[in-house]
Design a protein around this ligand. Structure first.
Ligand SMILES: Cc1cc2nc3c(=O)[nH]c(=O)nc-3n(C[C@H](O)[C@H](O)[C@H](O)COP(=O)(O)OP(=O)(O)OC[C@H]3O[C@@H](n4cnc5c(N)ncnc54)[C@H](O)[C@@H]3O)c2cc1C
Ligand code: FES
Length: 288
């Protein structure tokens, strides 16, 4: 983990208030593992003191200035895929090439292959389940799963078609993609957990491993489906964070256990947890 001041290379607007931010940060890019995140600090804005947590969407080699199309060498660029929801992300959207931000990362316990591969090798297929900007946590795992030669499907839901960003980045990694929008503007009309439930019902004799990231309600519904059909499930949680370093306890969630052991920090023990470990209740900062 490094705490660096890094330069913006590109901040590309996508649909629906989403952006793809490219930051030049070779040592952080090279240290990144799938499912990890970074904390972004906006410099020069005293009203946005807390760093904002963002999944590391992708890491890329730098592009040679002589040939804008030819990537060279090992990863140097960290990509963050984000959506404007408030003051911090609105300021992020104003970043221009050459601007600087503070970047703390890579952080957290992500989708680590030594943990999910033993589970994945016992199942017929991995189901990546994403809600909204939760998609940002899943590209690096999808690429690693594809490299391991395992089958995977993506189920991706959003409010409208504009939320279904970056679908094309997954196409070469997965065997199938199912999209859903709440307003019916693309794919299934409704929640993504509806076609997911249908898929599970149609493939009752197969075993799946879920890897899910998205809003709390979607995670909870996915976990319930996994439980109902007897499948393993890993979830990446997106709780609000203070420090990102395990110090403030602001991101703690309740897990199975008693006393102090009954809380874990999303920033340190997570963001990825085994679903059966999490107690699925809405709770603000615990008093411990
Ligand atoms: C591990 C992790 C990874 C994340 N990865 C991404 C990512 O890749 N891309 C991305 O766009 N966002 C991601 N988020 C969420 C992101 O951190 C928040 O959207 C951001 O901090 C909001 O900052 P803001 O100043 O714009 O909004 P604020 O003004 O702080 O809040 C605006 C609104 O957003 C809500 N909000 C703030 N933080 C969160 C949160 N963590 N989860 C849900 N709602 C929130 C607030 O309740 C409020 O309604 C991630 C969060 C975590 C914990
Ligand atoms: S954000 Fe401070 S302990 Fe997790």
């Amino acid at each position: 983990m490094y705490d660096d001041i890094v330069a913006v290379v590109k901040n590309e607007p996508l649909t629906g208030g989403h952006f793809l931010l490219n930051l030049h940060s070779p040592r952080q890019a090279q240290a990144t593992r799938p499912g990890q995140f970074a904390m972004v600090r906006l410099l020069g804005h005293m009203d946005v003191l807390l760093r904002r947590p963002m999944s590391i969407y992708d890491v890329k080699p730098a592009v040679s200035p002589q040939d804008q199309l030819a990537p060279v060498g090992s990863p140097e660029i960290i990509q963050l895929l984000y959506k404007i929801v408030g003051r911090g992300t609105r300021l992020m959207a104003e970043l221009k090439p050459g601007d600087q931000v503070g970047l703390l990362g890579p952080l957290g316990h992500g989708f680590f292959e030594e943990e999910y591969l033993p589970l994945a090798e016992k199942v017929d297929e991995i189901l990546l389940v994403a809600g909204g900007i939760g998609i940002a946590a899943l590209l690096l795992p999808a690429r690693q799963i594809a490299k391991a030669g395992l089958r995977q499907q993506l189920f991706f839901g959003g409010r409208t078609r504009d939320d279904l960003v970056a679908v094309e980045d997954f196409e070469s990694h997965v065997q199938g993609i199912t999209l859903a929008t709440e307003n019916g503007s693309r794919g299934h009309g409704g929640y993504v957990t509806e076609p997911l439930a249908r898929y599970l019902g149609d493939h009752r004799h197969q075993q799946f491993l879920f890897m899910a990231c998205g809003p709390w309600a979607m995670l909870r519904a996915s976990v319930e489906l996994a439980r109902q059909y007897g499948h393993s499930c890993l979830v990446s949680m997106e709780n609000r964070m203070g420090c990102g370093l395990g110090v403030c306890l602001g991101c703690s969630i309740r897990v199975v256990g008693t006393g102090h052991a009954a809380y874990e920090r999303v920033c340190t023990e997570g963001p990825v947890f085994q679903a059966e470990k999490v107690i699925w209740e809405r709770e603000e900062i615990p008093r411990i």
